[in-house]
Design a protein around this ligand. Structure first.
Ligand code: HEC
Ligand code: HEC
Length: 343
Protein backbone atom coordinates (compact mmCIF):
# COMPACT_ATOMS: atom_id res chain seq x y z
CA UNK A 1 0.00 0.00 0.00
CA UNK A 2 1.35 3.42 -0.84
CA UNK A 3 2.45 5.64 1.96
CA UNK A 4 -0.02 8.25 0.87
CA UNK A 5 -2.93 5.86 1.13
CA UNK A 6 -1.88 4.75 4.57
CA UNK A 7 -1.68 8.29 5.78
CA UNK A 8 -5.01 9.01 4.19
CA UNK A 9 -6.69 6.04 5.84
CA UNK A 10 -5.16 6.93 9.15
CA UNK A 11 -6.35 10.48 8.72
CA UNK A 12 -9.86 9.31 7.88
CA UNK A 13 -9.95 7.20 10.99
CA UNK A 14 -8.88 10.16 13.07
CA UNK A 15 -11.29 12.52 11.38
CA UNK A 16 -14.28 10.23 11.00
CA UNK A 17 -16.72 10.76 13.81
CA UNK A 18 -19.08 8.09 12.44
CA UNK A 19 -16.70 5.15 12.64
CA UNK A 20 -15.22 5.32 16.05
CA UNK A 21 -13.61 1.90 15.76
CA UNK A 22 -10.73 0.92 13.48
CA UNK A 23 -10.60 -1.55 10.64
CA UNK A 24 -7.30 -3.11 11.55
CA UNK A 25 -5.62 -1.27 8.67
CA UNK A 26 -2.65 1.07 8.68
CA UNK A 27 -1.43 2.91 11.73
CA UNK A 28 -2.08 6.23 13.30
CA UNK A 29 -0.48 9.01 11.26
CA UNK A 30 2.33 10.82 13.02
CA UNK A 31 1.85 14.51 13.72
CA UNK A 32 4.48 15.32 11.08
CA UNK A 33 2.54 13.32 8.50
CA UNK A 34 -0.68 15.08 9.40
CA UNK A 35 1.10 18.44 9.21
CA UNK A 36 2.46 17.62 5.74
CA UNK A 37 -0.99 16.62 4.57
CA UNK A 38 -2.95 19.40 6.23
CA UNK A 39 -1.88 22.38 4.11
CA UNK A 40 -5.19 23.92 3.18
CA UNK A 41 -5.58 27.66 3.70
CA UNK A 42 -9.07 28.95 4.26
CA UNK A 43 -10.45 32.30 3.04
CA UNK A 44 -10.76 33.39 6.67
CA UNK A 45 -7.03 32.84 7.13
CA UNK A 46 -7.18 29.58 9.06
CA UNK A 47 -4.19 27.48 8.08
CA UNK A 48 -1.83 30.33 7.19
CA UNK A 49 1.64 29.59 8.51
CA UNK A 50 3.72 32.26 10.21
CA UNK A 51 5.95 33.98 7.67
CA UNK A 52 6.39 36.95 5.36
CA UNK A 53 7.92 38.07 2.08
CA UNK A 54 8.26 41.25 0.01
CA UNK A 55 7.42 41.95 -3.60
CA UNK A 56 11.12 42.33 -4.39
CA UNK A 57 11.95 38.96 -2.84
CA UNK A 58 9.03 37.41 -4.68
CA UNK A 59 10.29 38.82 -7.97
CA UNK A 60 13.57 36.95 -7.53
CA UNK A 61 11.97 33.63 -6.65
CA UNK A 62 9.50 34.09 -9.47
CA UNK A 63 12.24 34.76 -12.05
CA UNK A 64 14.04 31.68 -10.82
CA UNK A 65 11.24 29.16 -10.39
CA UNK A 66 8.13 30.36 -12.20
CA UNK A 67 8.93 32.71 -15.09
CA UNK A 68 10.02 29.91 -17.43
CA UNK A 69 6.34 29.00 -17.76
CA UNK A 70 4.38 31.96 -16.45
CA UNK A 71 6.51 34.75 -18.00
CA UNK A 72 8.47 37.48 -16.21
CA UNK A 73 5.37 39.40 -15.17
CA UNK A 74 2.91 36.51 -15.01
CA UNK A 75 1.92 37.22 -18.61
CA UNK A 76 2.69 33.57 -19.51
CA UNK A 77 5.03 31.99 -22.03
CA UNK A 78 3.24 30.27 -24.91
CA UNK A 79 0.18 28.42 -23.70
CA UNK A 80 1.10 28.19 -19.99
CA UNK A 81 -1.47 29.88 -17.74
CA UNK A 82 -1.42 33.66 -17.28
CA UNK A 83 -1.28 34.90 -13.71
CA UNK A 84 -1.82 38.61 -14.30
CA UNK A 85 -4.06 40.94 -16.26
CA UNK A 86 -7.60 40.38 -17.49
CA UNK A 87 -8.90 43.11 -15.20
CA UNK A 88 -12.49 44.05 -15.95
CA UNK A 89 -12.72 41.36 -18.66
CA UNK A 90 -15.02 38.92 -16.86
CA UNK A 91 -18.16 40.02 -18.67
CA UNK A 92 -16.47 39.90 -22.10
CA UNK A 93 -17.05 37.16 -24.65
CA UNK A 94 -13.59 35.87 -23.89
CA UNK A 95 -12.90 36.68 -20.25
CA UNK A 96 -9.30 36.43 -19.06
CA UNK A 97 -9.46 34.76 -15.66
CA UNK A 98 -6.33 35.29 -13.59
CA UNK A 99 -5.43 35.31 -9.92
CA UNK A 100 -5.85 39.08 -10.13
CA UNK A 101 -9.01 39.42 -12.19
CA UNK A 102 -10.96 36.36 -11.09
CA UNK A 103 -9.88 34.67 -7.88
CA UNK A 104 -12.05 35.99 -5.05
CA UNK A 105 -9.79 34.97 -2.18
CA UNK A 106 -6.06 35.45 -1.89
CA UNK A 107 -5.93 32.37 0.34
CA UNK A 108 -6.51 30.25 -2.78
CA UNK A 109 -3.33 31.67 -4.33
CA UNK A 110 -1.30 30.78 -1.27
CA UNK A 111 -2.89 27.35 -0.99
CA UNK A 112 -2.52 26.56 -4.70
CA UNK A 113 1.04 27.79 -5.11
CA UNK A 114 2.27 25.84 -2.11
CA UNK A 115 0.25 22.76 -2.97
CA UNK A 116 0.98 22.52 -6.69
CA UNK A 117 3.77 24.82 -7.87
CA UNK A 118 6.35 24.95 -9.30
CA UNK A 119 4.83 22.44 -11.67
CA UNK A 120 6.83 19.24 -11.30
CA UNK A 121 8.34 20.20 -7.94
CA UNK A 122 5.31 20.87 -5.79
CA UNK A 123 5.54 21.61 -2.05
CA UNK A 124 9.19 22.53 -2.26
CA UNK A 125 8.70 26.22 -1.39
CA UNK A 126 9.18 27.66 2.10
CA UNK A 127 6.39 29.71 3.72
CA UNK A 128 8.40 32.91 3.27
CA UNK A 129 8.89 32.15 -0.42
CA UNK A 130 5.17 31.58 -0.91
CA UNK A 131 4.31 34.85 0.86
CA UNK A 132 6.86 36.63 -1.35
CA UNK A 133 5.47 35.01 -4.51
CA UNK A 134 1.90 35.93 -3.63
CA UNK A 135 3.07 39.49 -2.92
CA UNK A 136 4.73 39.57 -6.34
CA UNK A 137 1.59 38.29 -8.04
CA UNK A 138 -0.36 41.09 -6.31
CA UNK A 139 2.22 43.51 -7.65
CA UNK A 140 2.05 42.36 -11.27
CA UNK A 141 -1.74 42.61 -10.99
CA UNK A 142 -1.50 46.21 -9.71
CA UNK A 143 -3.27 45.23 -6.51
CA UNK A 144 -0.26 46.66 -4.64
CA UNK A 145 2.19 49.07 -6.23
CA UNK A 146 5.12 49.26 -3.86
CA UNK A 147 8.05 46.88 -4.33
CA UNK A 148 8.66 47.17 -0.60
CA UNK A 149 5.20 45.83 0.20
CA UNK A 150 5.48 42.91 2.60
CA UNK A 151 2.84 40.22 2.76
CA UNK A 152 2.65 38.17 5.94
CA UNK A 153 0.23 36.06 7.92
CA UNK A 154 -0.61 39.25 9.81
CA UNK A 155 -1.78 41.51 6.98
CA UNK A 156 -2.89 38.72 4.63
CA UNK A 157 -6.61 39.21 5.23
CA UNK A 158 -6.43 42.97 4.63
CA UNK A 159 -5.75 42.49 0.90
CA UNK A 160 -8.96 42.90 -1.10
CA UNK A 161 -9.31 40.89 -4.32
CA UNK A 162 -10.96 42.67 -7.27
CA UNK A 163 -13.54 39.93 -7.80
CA UNK A 164 -14.30 39.26 -4.13
CA UNK A 165 -17.94 40.19 -4.67
CA UNK A 166 -18.29 38.12 -7.84
CA UNK A 167 -18.96 34.84 -6.07
CA UNK A 168 -22.11 34.16 -4.10
CA UNK A 169 -23.98 31.20 -2.69
CA UNK A 170 -25.88 28.98 -5.10
CA UNK A 171 -29.25 30.71 -5.49
CA UNK A 172 -30.66 28.66 -8.37
CA UNK A 173 -33.51 27.35 -6.24
CA UNK A 174 -34.91 30.88 -6.02
CA UNK A 175 -33.75 32.34 -9.32
CA UNK A 176 -33.79 29.53 -11.86
CA UNK A 177 -36.03 26.67 -10.78
CA UNK A 178 -39.24 28.73 -10.81
CA UNK A 179 -38.53 29.64 -14.44
CA UNK A 180 -38.26 26.02 -15.51
CA UNK A 181 -41.01 24.47 -13.45
CA UNK A 182 -44.27 25.21 -15.16
CA UNK A 183 -46.85 22.86 -16.58
CA UNK A 184 -46.13 21.94 -20.16
CA UNK A 185 -48.80 21.42 -22.82
CA UNK A 186 -48.88 17.76 -23.88
CA UNK A 187 -51.83 17.52 -26.26
CA UNK A 188 -54.01 19.71 -28.47
CA UNK A 189 -51.49 22.47 -28.08
CA UNK A 190 -51.78 23.99 -31.54
CA UNK A 191 -55.02 25.57 -32.79
CA UNK A 192 -54.45 25.08 -36.48
CA UNK A 193 -52.28 22.47 -38.08
CA UNK A 194 -50.94 23.43 -41.50
CA UNK A 195 -49.25 21.17 -44.00
CA UNK A 196 -46.07 22.90 -45.10
CA UNK A 197 -44.38 20.12 -47.06
CA UNK A 198 -45.21 16.77 -48.56
CA UNK A 199 -43.07 13.74 -47.97
CA UNK A 200 -43.16 12.71 -51.63
CA UNK A 201 -41.56 16.00 -52.63
CA UNK A 202 -39.27 16.38 -49.64
CA UNK A 203 -37.72 13.02 -50.49
CA UNK A 204 -37.44 11.68 -46.99
CA UNK A 205 -37.10 8.07 -48.07
CA UNK A 206 -33.68 6.88 -49.18
CA UNK A 207 -33.72 5.56 -52.71
CA UNK A 208 -32.51 2.10 -51.70
CA UNK A 209 -35.83 1.46 -49.97
CA UNK A 210 -37.69 0.91 -53.21
CA UNK A 211 -35.06 -1.46 -54.56
CA UNK A 212 -34.66 -3.29 -51.28
CA UNK A 213 -38.39 -3.67 -50.90
CA UNK A 214 -38.72 -5.02 -54.42
CA UNK A 215 -35.86 -7.41 -53.88
CA UNK A 216 -37.41 -8.81 -50.74
CA UNK A 217 -40.55 -9.25 -52.85
CA UNK A 218 -42.68 -9.14 -49.81
CA UNK A 219 -46.20 -10.44 -49.73
CA UNK A 220 -47.26 -7.57 -47.56
CA UNK A 221 -49.57 -5.53 -49.75
CA UNK A 222 -49.25 -2.43 -47.71
CA UNK A 223 -45.55 -2.21 -48.40
CA UNK A 224 -46.12 -2.72 -52.11
CA UNK A 225 -48.60 0.10 -52.18
CA UNK A 226 -46.06 2.40 -50.58
CA UNK A 227 -43.47 1.41 -53.13
CA UNK A 228 -45.78 2.22 -55.97
CA UNK A 229 -46.67 5.63 -54.59
CA UNK A 230 -43.18 6.63 -53.79
CA UNK A 231 -41.70 9.28 -56.02
CA UNK A 232 -38.29 7.95 -56.90
CA UNK A 233 -35.75 10.71 -56.38
CA UNK A 234 -32.19 10.41 -57.61
CA UNK A 235 -29.40 10.47 -55.07
CA UNK A 236 -27.57 13.79 -55.10
CA UNK A 237 -25.11 14.26 -57.90
CA UNK A 238 -22.15 15.62 -55.95
CA UNK A 239 -20.42 17.09 -58.98
CA UNK A 240 -23.53 19.04 -59.83
CA UNK A 241 -23.91 20.13 -56.20
CA UNK A 242 -20.38 21.53 -56.34
CA UNK A 243 -21.19 23.46 -59.53
CA UNK A 244 -24.39 24.67 -57.92
CA UNK A 245 -22.43 26.00 -54.97
CA UNK A 246 -20.59 28.24 -57.44
CA UNK A 247 -23.79 29.39 -59.10
CA UNK A 248 -25.13 30.18 -55.62
CA UNK A 249 -22.61 33.04 -55.46
CA UNK A 250 -25.16 34.96 -57.49
CA UNK A 251 -27.72 34.48 -54.74
CA UNK A 252 -25.49 35.05 -51.74
CA UNK A 253 -26.02 38.79 -51.59
CA UNK A 254 -29.63 38.13 -50.62
CA UNK A 255 -29.88 34.52 -49.41
CA UNK A 256 -28.05 32.63 -46.68
CA UNK A 257 -27.76 28.87 -46.22
CA UNK A 258 -26.12 26.68 -43.60
CA UNK A 259 -26.29 26.19 -39.87
CA UNK A 260 -26.27 29.87 -38.94
CA UNK A 261 -28.32 31.12 -41.87
CA UNK A 262 -30.72 33.96 -41.14
CA UNK A 263 -33.13 35.83 -43.33
CA UNK A 264 -31.63 38.90 -44.97
CA UNK A 265 -32.85 40.64 -48.13
CA UNK A 266 -34.33 37.30 -49.08
CA UNK A 267 -35.38 34.40 -46.84
CA UNK A 268 -32.74 31.83 -45.86
CA UNK A 269 -32.92 28.84 -48.20
CA UNK A 270 -32.24 25.89 -45.90
CA UNK A 271 -34.61 23.08 -46.78
CA UNK A 272 -36.24 25.12 -49.54
CA UNK A 273 -36.35 22.20 -51.99
CA UNK A 274 -39.62 20.38 -51.50
CA UNK A 275 -41.05 22.95 -49.13
CA UNK A 276 -44.10 25.11 -49.65
CA UNK A 277 -43.66 28.48 -51.33
CA UNK A 278 -43.47 31.40 -48.91
CA UNK A 279 -43.41 29.21 -45.78
CA UNK A 280 -40.78 31.06 -43.77
CA UNK A 281 -42.75 32.56 -40.90
CA UNK A 282 -40.19 35.17 -40.07
CA UNK A 283 -39.82 36.60 -43.56
CA UNK A 284 -41.98 39.38 -45.00
CA UNK A 285 -42.90 38.15 -48.46
CA UNK A 286 -44.39 40.24 -51.22
CA UNK A 287 -48.12 40.03 -51.85
CA UNK A 288 -47.40 38.03 -54.99
CA UNK A 289 -45.44 35.41 -53.07
CA UNK A 290 -48.13 35.25 -50.38
CA UNK A 291 -50.79 34.67 -53.00
CA UNK A 292 -48.76 31.83 -54.53
CA UNK A 293 -48.31 30.40 -51.03
CA UNK A 294 -52.03 30.44 -50.36
CA UNK A 295 -52.57 28.50 -53.58
CA UNK A 296 -50.37 25.75 -52.13
CA UNK A 297 -47.52 26.11 -54.64
CA UNK A 298 -44.54 23.89 -53.79
CA UNK A 299 -40.84 24.31 -54.53
CA UNK A 300 -40.35 21.19 -56.60
CA UNK A 301 -37.74 21.06 -59.35
CA UNK A 302 -40.08 22.34 -62.03
CA UNK A 303 -41.30 25.41 -60.14
CA UNK A 304 -37.79 26.23 -59.01
CA UNK A 305 -36.60 26.03 -62.62
CA UNK A 306 -39.26 28.39 -63.89
CA UNK A 307 -38.74 30.80 -60.99
CA UNK A 308 -34.96 30.90 -61.14
CA UNK A 309 -34.95 31.26 -64.92
CA UNK A 310 -37.14 34.33 -64.69
CA UNK A 311 -38.75 34.97 -61.29
CA UNK A 312 -41.72 36.89 -62.70
CA UNK A 313 -42.66 34.02 -64.99
CA UNK A 314 -43.75 31.99 -62.00
CA UNK A 315 -44.79 34.69 -59.58
CA UNK A 316 -45.71 37.84 -61.36
CA UNK A 317 -45.47 40.23 -58.45
CA UNK A 318 -42.48 38.78 -56.64
CA UNK A 319 -40.07 41.26 -55.15
CA UNK A 320 -37.05 39.09 -55.85
CA UNK A 321 -35.16 41.46 -58.10
CA UNK A 322 -32.97 38.94 -59.83
CA UNK A 323 -32.83 38.78 -63.58
CA UNK A 324 -32.66 35.01 -63.65
CA UNK A 325 -30.28 32.26 -64.69
CA UNK A 326 -30.11 31.85 -68.44
CA UNK A 327 -28.18 28.64 -68.84
CA UNK A 328 -29.85 25.31 -68.33
CA UNK A 329 -26.72 23.84 -66.85
CA UNK A 330 -26.68 26.57 -64.21
CA UNK A 331 -30.31 25.84 -63.44
CA UNK A 332 -29.61 22.11 -63.13
CA UNK A 333 -26.73 22.84 -60.83
CA UNK A 334 -28.48 25.34 -58.56
CA UNK A 335 -31.46 23.04 -58.10
CA UNK A 336 -29.18 20.16 -57.17
CA UNK A 337 -27.40 22.48 -54.76
CA UNK A 338 -30.64 23.62 -53.15
CA UNK A 339 -31.56 19.97 -52.64
CA UNK A 340 -28.32 19.55 -50.74
CA UNK A 341 -28.94 22.39 -48.28
CA UNK A 342 -31.42 20.71 -46.02
CA UNK A 343 -32.85 22.03 -42.80
C1 HEC B 1 6.83 23.92 -15.82
C2 HEC B 1 5.91 24.99 -15.94
C3 HEC B 1 5.45 25.71 -14.66
C4 HEC B 1 6.24 26.28 -13.70
C5 HEC B 1 7.75 26.35 -13.65
C6 HEC B 1 5.32 26.89 -12.77
N1 HEC B 1 4.05 26.67 -13.15
FE1 HEC B 1 2.38 27.45 -12.28
N2 HEC B 1 1.23 26.45 -13.58
C7 HEC B 1 1.68 25.60 -14.56
C8 HEC B 1 0.56 24.88 -15.12
C9 HEC B 1 0.61 23.84 -16.22
C10 HEC B 1 -0.58 25.32 -14.43
C11 HEC B 1 -2.03 24.85 -14.62
C12 HEC B 1 -2.16 23.59 -13.81
C13 HEC B 1 -3.56 23.04 -13.86
O1 HEC B 1 -4.48 23.72 -14.35
O2 HEC B 1 -3.72 21.92 -13.36
C14 HEC B 1 -0.13 26.33 -13.50
C15 HEC B 1 -0.97 27.04 -12.68
C16 HEC B 1 -0.57 28.02 -11.80
C17 HEC B 1 -1.45 28.89 -11.08
C18 HEC B 1 -2.97 28.91 -11.21
C19 HEC B 1 -3.34 29.71 -12.42
C20 HEC B 1 -4.80 29.72 -12.69
O3 HEC B 1 -5.33 30.82 -12.98
O4 HEC B 1 -5.44 28.66 -12.63
C21 HEC B 1 -0.68 29.68 -10.29
C22 HEC B 1 -1.15 30.76 -9.34
C23 HEC B 1 0.69 29.30 -10.53
N3 HEC B 1 0.72 28.29 -11.48
C24 HEC B 1 1.78 29.86 -9.91
C25 HEC B 1 3.08 29.41 -10.10
C26 HEC B 1 4.20 29.89 -9.34
C27 HEC B 1 4.14 30.95 -8.26
C28 HEC B 1 5.31 29.23 -9.80
C29 HEC B 1 6.71 29.31 -9.31
C30 HEC B 1 6.90 28.91 -7.96
C31 HEC B 1 4.87 28.37 -10.88
N4 HEC B 1 3.52 28.49 -11.02
C32 HEC B 1 5.73 27.58 -11.63
C33 HEC B 1 2.98 25.47 -14.97
C34 HEC B 1 4.08 25.94 -14.29
C1 HEC C 1 -31.26 40.92 -54.98
C2 HEC C 1 -31.65 39.93 -54.01
C3 HEC C 1 -31.91 38.50 -54.45
C4 HEC C 1 -31.11 37.70 -55.23
C5 HEC C 1 -29.78 38.06 -55.90
C6 HEC C 1 -31.76 36.43 -55.26
N1 HEC C 1 -32.91 36.45 -54.54
FE1 HEC C 1 -34.17 34.89 -54.21
N2 HEC C 1 -35.41 36.10 -53.17
C7 HEC C 1 -35.20 37.43 -52.90
C8 HEC C 1 -36.34 37.98 -52.22
C9 HEC C 1 -36.49 39.42 -51.74
C10 HEC C 1 -37.27 36.93 -52.10
C11 HEC C 1 -38.68 37.03 -51.55
C12 HEC C 1 -39.54 37.32 -52.77
C13 HEC C 1 -40.96 37.74 -52.47
O1 HEC C 1 -41.34 37.82 -51.31
O2 HEC C 1 -41.62 37.98 -53.47
C14 HEC C 1 -36.65 35.76 -52.69
C15 HEC C 1 -37.24 34.51 -52.76
C16 HEC C 1 -36.62 33.38 -53.19
C17 HEC C 1 -37.16 32.04 -53.12
C18 HEC C 1 -38.47 31.66 -52.48
C19 HEC C 1 -38.25 31.44 -51.03
C20 HEC C 1 -39.44 31.00 -50.24
O3 HEC C 1 -39.29 31.03 -49.00
O4 HEC C 1 -40.43 30.57 -50.77
C21 HEC C 1 -36.23 31.20 -53.66
C22 HEC C 1 -36.34 29.70 -53.81
C23 HEC C 1 -35.12 32.01 -54.10
N3 HEC C 1 -35.38 33.32 -53.80
C24 HEC C 1 -33.98 31.50 -54.67
C25 HEC C 1 -32.96 32.30 -55.17
C26 HEC C 1 -31.79 31.76 -55.82
C27 HEC C 1 -31.47 30.29 -55.99
C28 HEC C 1 -31.04 32.83 -56.20
C29 HEC C 1 -29.74 32.81 -57.02
C30 HEC C 1 -29.73 32.08 -58.24
C31 HEC C 1 -31.72 34.03 -55.77
N4 HEC C 1 -32.86 33.67 -55.14
C32 HEC C 1 -31.25 35.32 -55.94
C33 HEC C 1 -34.06 38.15 -53.22
C34 HEC C 1 -33.02 37.70 -54.01
Amino acid sequence: MSKFLKVLIAACVIAGPVSAGTYGLGRTATSDEVKAWDTDIRPDGVGLPVGSGTVAQGEEVFADKCAACHGDFGEAVGRWPVLSGGHGSLADDRPVKTVGSYWPYLSTAYDYIYRAMPFGNAQSLSSDEVYALVAYILYVNDTVDDEAFTLSNENFLSVEQENAGGFFMDNRSEVEYPKFTRSVCMDNCKDVVEITARAAVVDVTPEETAAAAAENSTTNEEVETVVVEEVAMPVLNEELVAKGAKVFKKCKACHKVGAKAKNSTGPHLNGIFGSAVGANEKFKYSKGMKAAASEGLMWDAENLRTFLKKPKDLIKKTKMSFKGLKKDKDLDAIIEYLKSVSN
